[in-house]
Write a protein that binds this ligand. Structure first.
Ligand SMILES: [Zn+2]
Length: 461
């Protein structure tokens, strides 16, 4: 593999003179030495680390190290495996698949974690678990979906997933409160349970002991928006009016009010992780023109493009069809996005746990890896640069219950870190000055990974 350097013979590398943002501390530290042995960091200290002459030394003077980034919300079955290296190219060294057919996601996990395929470490949840109703009917999407149609069916389905070795359970939109509660009780904290909730209110799920919520703009919607703007228990995300209704509901939502405050308090008290997925509303900020000029568009997976092409009869034949899912007009929703950022800030400032996620794969845009850079940029506007970085490193690792292995530059953890030419504390977009990605001590050249990935020349570039 041309993008991968070979290990030196003694399997040790010393990095010197680095400025380190470790993913945990409040400040960066300068003049740091990092010793990597095999896949892991074994020493980290300010100043020199004495090593024998045969240890490879890499001088990082002028560079900044940050931990490898973690995307807590992706769908690998919806993208081409040739696109997996794009995660590393963007600095994402770990991702969690939150919905896909069990055998397929387990295979992707094995391929990626063993190194048979190039890409991030992968955690998996198995399929999205709907309740009695099905959120999708189109075959392009049902590959993500399974259902638990009654409380009685919980032990069978969840037992099967847990014994197959999933790293989490994901309750989906039509799952009823009774079934959500039963799932949480049956799992009994063996793995984290998260929810992209609709028919079950997030307040009920928090009370029942859920570990995470996905999409700050959907899961808590009914708990926060005005009563007359709520969607009911027959709502479908496939209904075109669903998105305009929820966007309008957010625009009008009173975030200073009682209901928002109660939600924040409950999230903080139970330390529930909020996977924000702000990136899906990025077009609200960029506008159509900005989005059409976006270079990242070239990297949208071919499978996602093909799926969107099939949906053209719903979306209409227009140049922005590969940018957004057609649920709402490009450029619309900027006030709603500000509200999502505001509730994220409120949660963070109250001591809640904000983590980044992107939904890349399920929706075509933004593309793998680079979607998380968008997410971090929107998170940084809400909670600041350092905390946005922590949200996608140490806090995300905590959500995945993998603090021992990932999420920080610290002795004992995997040597998953990024060499940056710029300073993301000064400007978080400088995460894009990535020069080398290390996953488990192996170096990858982002430019070579991008050059090898499938690309297309979309209209408008
Ligand atoms: Zn998703």
């Amino acid at each position: 593999m041309s993008s991968q350097t070979s290990n030196n013979t003694n399997n040790k590398t010393l990095f010197t003179n680095a400025r380190v943002i470790d993913g945990i501390a409040d400040q960066a530290s300068s003049g740091m030495s990092v010793l990597v042995e095999g896949e892991r960091i074994t020493q980290l200290k300010q100043g020199d680390i004495a090593v024998s002459d045969d240890v490879k030394v890499i001088d990082l003077v002028g560079k900044t190290l940050v931990p490898g980034l973690i995307d807590t919300h992706i769908h690998t079955v919806m993208m081409d495996s040739e696109c997996f290296p794009l995660f590393l190219a963007a600095g994402v060294t770990t991702a969690r698949d939150v919905g896909g057919r069990l055998d397929l996601v387990l295979q992707n996990k094995e391929d990626l974690n063993s190194g048979a395929k190039l890409g991030p470490r992968l955690f998996v949840c198995g399929p999205l678990l709907d309740g009695p109703g099905a959120s999708f009917e189109s075959p392009g999407f049902t590959i993500m979906l399974d259902r638990i149609q009654s409380v009685e069916a919980v032990p069978g389905k969840i037992g099967e997933l847990l014994s197959a070795g999933v790293d989490g359970i994901k309750c989906y939109f039509t799952m009823t409160p009774e079934i959500v509660r039963s799932v949480i009780n049956f799992v009994d904290k063996r793995v984290p349970v998260t929810g992209h909730l609709g028919y079950c209110s997030s307040m009920d799920a928090i009370e029942a002991g859920i570990d995470g919520l996905e999409h700050v703009w959907i899961s808590p919607y009914n708990d926060i928006c005005a009563l007359n703007m709520r969607f009911g228990n027959d709502a479908s995300m496939m209904d075109p009016s669903f998105w305009s209704t929820t966007m309008a509901g957010w625009e009008e939502a009173d975030l200073e009010g009682d209901r928002a405050r109660k939600w924040v308090d409950a999230m903080v008290e139970k330390q529930v992780h909020m996977g924000t997925t702000l990136d899906l509303l990025w077009t609200a900020k960029a506008g159509l023109e900005g989005a059409l000029k976006d270079q990242d568009r070239k990297l949208i997976p071919p499978a996602a493009l093909a799926r969107q092409a099939k949906m053209k009869k719903h979306l209409g034949d227009r140049p922005d069809w590969d940018i957004h899912p057609g649920f709402f007009e490009t450029g619309a929703g900027s006030l709603a996005l500000e509200k999502h950022q505001q509730i994220t800030r409120m949660l963070h400032e109250a001591g809640g746990r904000v983590v980044g996620g992107t939904d890349c794969g399920a929706l075509a845009y933004p593309p793998p890896g680079f979607a998380l850079l968008r997410e971090i940029e929107l998170l940084a506007e809400a909670i600041g640069n350092m905390d946005a970085i922590r949200a996608v490193t140490s806090v995300a690792a905590n959500y995945l219950r993998a603090d021992k292995d990932i999420g920080a530059i610290a002795p004992g953890r995997y040597a998953d870190f990024l060499v940056l030419a710029g300073d993301p504390l000064n400007d978080v977009t400088e995460l894009r000055t990535l020069e080398t990605t290390y996953r488990g001590g192996q170096a990858y050249d982002p430019k070579a990974l991008i050059a090898a990935a499938p690309q297309h020349e979309p209209e408008g570039l």
